[in-house]
Write a protein that binds this ligand. Structure first.
Ligand code: ADP
Ligand code: MG
Length: 271
């Protein structure tokens, strides 16, 4: 089992503090969902875990099995098994999808080891067909001219091929139609296992209909303000966030929180 531990994390972008003390403990074998209104810091958390240069950690820590993740570069974090499916995947001209994934896989191997091309092609074909993607997508330039939904599926293709220990999926459901949502949800769920943990950032219940989520966290104003089980998803879907704002005495997203919520790690799902 591996453990990704986020402790009292504060992160700033362009001198504005966005994350204001996030506590989260993620183990392989578990799938966590993070929900929350727009602009509350969900993507900032994802970018900070992955090591985006614009996001500066001002306080707190992130460790992977006790090792300081913040001391590592983005590619080192990736090779340690952290994966980010971006909310807005970039288009990269001149590099085919297949070459991109092949290079990332090769970079994970010990010096002198080589990727088996036969195995790679076989796995890639299977992943493309699991995701019901068009068979020419591996040979096209990375995300170039892909539709919004194809870009999102392509992130999951990368995840399936790279088999990370921890996948952070930032609004992987945005831009997906109902059929694609099901395919993507089922493919994420199929990764469940002792060597895989995920943090699924989403606005809607729909994606979570297909994923067995162990814990649900709600983020507001740069903190995790509530953690629980799947029942939280249904309540948010039905009532939005106003009830929680009222409980927390939070009038507005940008207003300072009155309640002290520092110790919200996560709770066990109610059986
Ligand atoms: P969420 O993903 O929860 O919708 P974000 O983490 O994207 O929210 O954004 C949180 C806040 O941080 C927003 O107010 C946003 O404008 C600000 N922010 C995020 N990234 C940047 C950036 N690169 N430059 C300036 N402001 C940013
Ligand atoms: Mg976001």
């Amino acid at each position: 089992m591996k453990i990704l531990e986020i402790n009292n994390l504060h992160s700033a972008v362009e001198d504005t503090e966005i994350l204001k003390g996030v506590n989260l403990s993620l183990k392989t074998g578990e799938i966590h969902a993070i929900m929350g209104p727009n602009g509350t810091g969900k993507s900032t958390l994802a970018a900070t875990i992955m090591g985006h240069y614009k996001y500066v950690v001002t306080k707190g820590s992130i460790t992977l099995d006790g090792e300081d993740l913040l001391a590592l570069s983005v590619d080192e974090r990736s090779r340690k098994g952290i994966f980010l499916a971006m909310q807005y995947p970039n288009e990269i001209s001149g590099i085919t999808n297949a070459d991109f994934i092949k290079t990332a896989l090769q970079a994970r191997m010990e010096a002198g080891q080589h990727l088996s091309l036969f195995k790679f092609i076989r796995e890639m074909d299977k992943a493309v067909s699991d995701l019901k993607m068009h068979h020419d997508l591996p040979h096209r330039y990375l995300n170039e001219g892909f539709s919004g939904g194809e870009k999102k599926r392509n992130e999951i293709l990368q995840m399936k091929m790279l088999k990370p220990y921890f996948a952070i999926l930032d609004e992987i459901d945005s831009g997906l139609d109902i059929d694609a949502l099901k395919i993507v949800g089922e493919n994420i769920n199929a990764m469940r296992g002792e060597n895989f943990g995920a943090l699924v950032i989403t606005h809607y219940q729909r994606l979570l209909d297909y994923i067995d989520v162990d814990y649900v966290h709600i983020m507001m104003n740069g903190q995790i303000v509530r953690s629980g089980g799947k029942d939280l998803i249904a309540r948010i879907d039905a009532e939005g966030y106003d009830w929680l704002r009222a409980e927390l005495d939070l009038k507005d997203e940008n207003e300072k929180m009155v309640a002290v919520l520092g110790s919200c790690g996560f709770k066990k799902v109610q059986e």
